[in-house]
Design a protein around this ligand. Structure first.
Ligand code: KIV
Length: 275
């Protein structure tokens, strides 16, 4: 009999337990190779529906489908072993009814093997979040700027920069926490509002453009690596991967055109004839 010892992945309750403790660190990934690199370093990996804009060059996340999320979710699961993997529910896959949300969330969990799903919306989604969590689906919420509502909002603009706009965002955050979510992304809100929400809810707030007061931070990997062409104000570029790719490709093109690549060490010789 062989015994396989598998490293235990970080779970949704582990992340829930990090409220007010050491900051939770997260990044997005859509592929096995980037998942493999970031897995030992971060607490959770989000397979975000931003993949529509980042990987596919779409203007918004609206056209992203459940099948696209499942395909990339499986790739990220294959490339990771330790971090919690959270897969985004795309626009149209959960808003119609609690039952639709459960059916599609169950598909994501079964077909990817991921540990949790994320969905956007506050008060209006609270009943759905409760329905899912009561049935064993770990849910991460997402309040503040919710990119799937871009057509209703008019643009991707920061939220809560005037105190008169705070109340609905605070109600959203409280509703998500009280409905049973284990954590929530807080996107593009002013620092004082993020501080108020973080103090008021019992679950970790994961900020993206929501200041250092949150319980954790997340960024889109390609944005922080310097691979995305345009990035929001809140992104810090920690690398310049686009420059590295360009330099490597220029070197390759030069060597192919100059016939110095492939060299002898990259070329198969004939087998020695057997005597
Ligand atoms: O889709 C995504 O990448 C996200 C992050 C911006 C949090 O939801």
């Amino acid at each position: 009999m062989s015994i396989q010892i598998q490293a235990k992945r970080i779970s949704a309750p582990d992340i829930r337990g990090r409220k007010g403790a050491e900051p939770v660190v997260a990044l997005t990934s859509y592929h096995a190779h980037t998942a493999r690199i970031i897995d030992p370093l971060v607490d959770f990996i989000l397979v975000g529906d931003s993949l529509g804009m980042v990987m596919h060059g779409l203007e918004t996340t609206i056209p992203v489908t459940l099948d696209m999320m499942i395909l990339q979710g499986r790739a990220v699961m294959r490339g990771s072993a330790r971090a919690l993997v959270v897969v985004d529910m795309p626009f149209g896959s959960y808003e119609e009814s609690r039952e639709q949300a459960f059916r599609n969330a169950a598909r994501v969990l079964k077909e990817t093997g991921c540990g949790a799903i994320k969905l956007e919306g506050g008060e209006r989604m609270a009943e759905t979040i409760r329905f899912l969590t009561e049935r064993g689906v770990p849910v991460m919420g997402h309040v503040g700027l919710t990119p799937q509502s871009v057509m209703a909002l008019g643009s991707f603009k920061a939220q809560g920069r005037d105190t008169k706009d705070w109340a609905p965002i605070e109600r959203d955050a409280k509703a998500v926490a009280e409905a049973g979510a284990f954590a929530m992304v807080v996107e593009a809100v002013s620092e004082p509002l993020a501080a108020k929400i973080t103090a008021e809810v019992a679950i970790p707030t994961i900020g993206i453009g929501a200041s250092p007061v949150c319980d954790g931070q997340i960024l889109v990997l390609e944005d922080m690596l310097g691979l995305s062409e345009r990035v929001p104000k809140f992104v810090k570029r920690f690398g310049s991967v686009a420059d590295h790719i360009r330099e490597a490709v220029e070197a390759y093109v030069g060597e192919v055109r100059g016939r110095s690549f492939p060299a002898a060490e990259h070329t198969y010789a004939m087998k020695k004839p057997s005597s």
